[in-house]
Design a protein around this ligand. Structure first.
Ligand SMILES: Cc1ncc(COP(=O)(O)O)c(C=O)c1O
Length: 362
């Protein structure tokens, strides 16, 4: 069997090896089910236990009380751009921080459902940084403030939640969900496409403060109503049951093997530092996109030497088993996505490759 390469792609991303091994072991027969988890009823006792474990692991990791619901919704994070606006904008006004490419998509989709105020725009800085609190032009009557905690394409991340006073934060945390502890009490809703930090693609995990449900209009299509999804425990229709099973395993791994979000953050910070140190000590051969204070610990974006060297870098990296390093077409260059499940050994291998490449070509 060929060894697995290190997958630095932005998503679908690498999953923890012990999770893949356990899923492989249980693929033909989930213990006690006589079939795989994919082949049994989503209303069975066995699947209910899996769903409850996924929810309770996420709540325990985030340290949230029963004031919050955890939902699994179809359509990935992109569907959330629309769903959250249908539920909470609904003809009113909300503040959006235009911090990068994914925020732009959330803004575009929300505009169909009400007034979008751009409370900060990072375009002038080419999306190289997140705003400081004093730069935000917030409307105290806004239904919510939408932020993107980590911009996957640009590789910039909020160091912490912006101070938005009493306005609930709605956050697209697709590319940094469960990578570190957060101040959950500031959030009305947090959503994440599963395919980066918690499982396979096609589903979003939604963490929702229960009182937000009072704002949901009654006449929404059922799968697009947080209230219907919450009232039915994400089982209004047949959910992505295999995905929820993998999410249960990944979050169990985060709790038991890693030891929770503080431990995960320490590991993530030290992995990211390995790459930022190479960039900072390269005399300009590697050039980071993000300003240092906004650097992401999940997506490290950088340019290499000249155009020709950059192409050679990507080609040689792939040949060396370091895959998925090409940056997004809108930004160019390279991007190393180093989510929770990317082992330190993978980042060390990339660091060593970068050092050797510079020595040969710099
Ligand atoms: C920050 C962010 N938001 C939203 C999305 C869209 O996610 P999905 O493909 O699950 O709709 C992505 C996907 O890469 C992302 O990185």
């Amino acid at each position: 069997m060929s060894p697995r390469s290190y997958n630095f792609s932005a998503g679908p991303a690498t999953l923890p090896l012990p999770v893949l091994e356990q899923a492989q072991q249980e693929l033909l027969e989930y213990p006690g089910a006589g079939a795989s988890i994919m082949e049994i009823s989503h209303r069975s006792k066995i699947f209910s236990a899996v769903l409850e474990e996924a929810k309770s692991n996420i709540k325990a990791l985030l340290g949230v009380s029963d004031d919050f619901e955890v939902l699994f919704t179809p359509g990935g994070a992109t569907m959330q751009f629309t769903m959250l606006a249908m539920n909470f904008l609904n003809g009113g006004a909300a503040d959006y921080l235009h911090v990068g490419s994914w925020a732009a998509k959330a803004i575009k989709d929300a505009k169909r459902f009400g007034t979008v105020n751009i409370a900060w725009d990072g375009k002038g800085d080419n999306f190289t940084r997140m705003p400081g609190d004093s730069e935000l032009d917030l409307d105290s009557n806004a239904a919510y403030v939408h932020i993107t905690s980590n911009e996957t394409i640009q590789g910039i991340q909020f160091a912490k939640e912006p101070d938005v006073s009493n306005i609930p934060i709605i956050c697209d945390a697709s590319s940094d969900f469960l990578c570190r502890p957060i101040a959950i009490e500031k959030y009305g809703l947090l959503y994440a496409g599963a395919q980066k930090n918690v499982g396979p693609s096609g589903t979003a995990v939604v963490v929702l403060r229960r009182d937000m449900l009072e704002r949901v209009p009654e006449d929404l299509p059922p799968l697009l109503s947080y209230k219907v999804m919450a009232d039915n425990n994400s089982l209004y229709n047949t959910p992505a049951s295999f995905t929820i099973y993998i999410i249960a395993l990944v979050t169990r791994w985060l709790r038991n093997d890693i030891g929770g979000l503080e431990a995960m953050e320490r590991i993530n910070r030290s992995k990211a530092q390995l790459l930022y140190d190479v960039i900072d000590n390269s005399d300009g051969f590697y050039r980071g996109h993000a300003r240092p204070e906004s650097r992401s610990i999940m997506n490290v974006t950088f340019r290499v030497g000249n155009e020709e060297q950059e192409q050679a870098f990507l080609k040689e990296a792939t040949a060396a088993g370091l895959d998925g390093l090409k940056g997004h077409r809108s930004v160019g260059g390279c991007r190393a996505s180093i989510y929770n499940a990317m082992p330190t050994a993978g980042v060390e291998a990339l660091r060593d490759f970068m050092l050797a490449f510079q020595q040969k070509n710099g």
